[in-house]
Design a protein around this ligand. Structure first.
Ligand SMILES: Cc1ncc(C[n+]2csc(CCOP(=O)(O)OP(=O)(O)O)c2C)c(N)n1
Length: 506
């Protein structure tokens, strides 16, 4: 907005209203002599004046076309956007600040041809915009091409033999799409159009006021409609008020200009609903954070108890910089959960990790495979290519995956299994994982947690506390003691085996 303190009206004909709301530096304007757009722009200004809207709270948005120049001439917060996209820009503005009065001024081509999709979806959402269409039935700015509102049989630069399309009724189109207020005015019917625009602005929801303009230069000339005054007189003589139109037959209404408004309340206004959604999500986020805090406190308490249980800490062998772990077994053994827990522990320990698993037939009681990558440096390709560690809890999975591992891959298997011949005895670690879960912990289902502890103890993937926390984050509530016991047994099992490997136990 500019300070017009030192600019004075040049003639007494320049109304106070126009002077108050226009940007004089944009004069002279480009609309042709007799164009109806100036009248409609004044209607908008008058409606704003009558409603006493604050300038700083009012935004005018336009696309491209003769009509769209209004956003340049009117002195509010204005934005002259791209052809057809005024509603999209206006939607962004309204969502960013729902308290603003956002008024779109558009041409018929702008709003119902290139911008037609924006129109119907804004109407469907019932977003609180007010759209004023300067409907001159033609593309004015680009030289008189026919538009979606050019009546059938009429002429345009691109309809030299007469338009064979049927015209859109923009107000009905928007209403049908869900607009909660749709009206039609005309350049001739100034007072009524001002009232309709006022109602549209006051209306809470998507409102559209389709105002018949006059374009003597293109539409008028190509269709022999006479002068601008003749075209305005046509509006006067052919207008029918909506109430009266209800009593007339379609035949009688042919070629008439029906004026008035309809409104409906199908849905709540969009930004209001959006605000409610945001509020709800914030509340849920707060509740989630509270819950997480409580969970972490609970986990801390449980792990604290374990750490203070007097057990000697297990010394882990020096870990590799990058571990590619493949875990396999049968569906129901908790292989995927074990893999997830290993990845979770890596996250807690501040390492890079990637986790994936196989579904398909393997998930239905057959073979099951999951992979966890853990690295001190960024991972890049996230699939396991050369496993550094393989764990198998069934003979089938061992036969399948054991065949393809390299000589440096450590292979952890349940004691009941027989390793394939390609594996060197030194690379295979056999531990009674299932038996330990069944007899020492008392629940076979905890075998995956026994296995997690074994893996971490054998290869030193992360520190013990991260691993325990990860276990507690992923098991069902109420099973903490059971699973920590399983973890403990796994640590013991693997430590004994490490001791045996080093010769300590002998
Ligand atoms: C993406 C894009 N396509 C085409 C154009 C060219 N163009 C500018 S204005 C216009 C038509 C304007 O007609 P209408 O929306 O009915 O407004 P009027 O000029 O009649 O007020 C067109 C096609 C453009 N500027 N941008």
């Amino acid at each position: 907005m500019v300070d017009k303190g030192d600019v004075k009206p040049r003639t007494r004909q320049v109304s106070d209203l126009i002077f108050k709301y226009m940007r004089p530096e944009h004069l002279p304007q480009i609309w042709c002599a007799g164009c109806g757009n100036g009248i409609i722009m004044r209607d908008v200004a008058q409606a704003i004046e009558n409603l006493g809207l604050s300038r700083s709270n009012t935004v005018i948005v336009s696309g491209i076309g003769c009509s769209s120049r209004a956003a340049g001439y009117l002195d509010f917060n204005t934005i002259h956007t791209t052809h057809g996209r005024a509603i999209a820009f206006a939607t962004g503005i309204k969502l960013a600040n729902p308290h603003l009065e956002v008024i779109v001024i558009a041409g018929d081509g702008d709003i119902s041809a290139i911008g037609g999709n924006h129109l119907i979806h804004a109407a469907r959402r019932n977003i609180g915009l007010t759209v004023v269409v300067m409907n001159n039935n033609i593309y004015g700015m680009t030289g008189g091409q026919y538009s979606p509102t050019t009546p059938t049989g009429e002429f345009g630069t691109t309809a030299p033999y007469g338009n064979i399309d049927r015209a859109f009724d923009i107000a009905k189109l928007a209403y049908g799409a869900g607009a909660s207020y749709a009206a039609r005015g005309s350049a001739y019917h100034v007072q009524q159009t001002i009232s309709l625009i006022q109602e549209g602005i006051r209306h809470r929801g998507f409102s559209i006021i389709d105002v018949a303009s006059v374009c003597p230069t293109y539409y008028g000339r190509k269709n022999k409609k006479g002068s601008a005054v003749d075209m305005l007189k046509w509006q006067r003589d052919n207008a029918v008020q909506a109430e009266k139109a209800k009593t007339m037959t379609p035949e009688e209404l042919k070629g008439k200009l029906v004026l008035g408004a309809v409104s409906q309340s199908l849905h709540p206004e969009f930004t209001y609903e959006y605000g409610k959604l945001i509020e709800r999500l914030y509340e849920e986020k707060e509740q989630r954070e509270e819950q997480e805090k409580a969970d972490m406190a609970r986990i801390g308490k449980v792990t604290g108890q374990i750490k203070n249980s007097g057990e000697a800490p297990v010394s882990s062998p020096a870990g590799r910089e990058r571990n590619e772990l493949r875990l396999a077994g049968s569906g129901g053994q908790g292989i995927i959960l074990a893999s997830v827990i290993l990845a979770q522990a890596a996250v807690l320990a501040g390492k890079y990790t990637a986790q994936s698993q196989s579904y398909g037939p393997e998930a239905r009681g057959g073979q099951c495979k999951a992979e966890t990558l853990v690295s001190d440096t960024p991972i890049g390709f996230t699939k396991v290519q050369n496993p550094t560690f393989l764990m198998c809890l069934t003979q089938e999975s061992l036969s399948h995956y054991g065949k393809s591992v390299g000589p440096d891959c450590m292979v952890l298997i349940d004691s009941a299994l027989t390793p394939p011949e390609n594996l060197r005895p030194e690379q295979v670690v056999k531990l009674p994982i299932l038996e330990t879960a069944r007899t020492k912990v008392g629940r076979l289902q905890t075998a995956n947690i026994v296995a997690v502890a074994c893996i971490n103890t054998l290869i030193g993937l992360t520190d013990r506390s991260s691993m325990e926390q990860a276990v507690l984050m992923h098991i069902p509530k109420g099973t903490e003691s059971l699973n920590l016991k399983a973890f403990e047994e796994g640590v013991r099992l693997a430590s004994e085996s490490l001791g045996a490997l080093k010769g300590d136990g002998k």
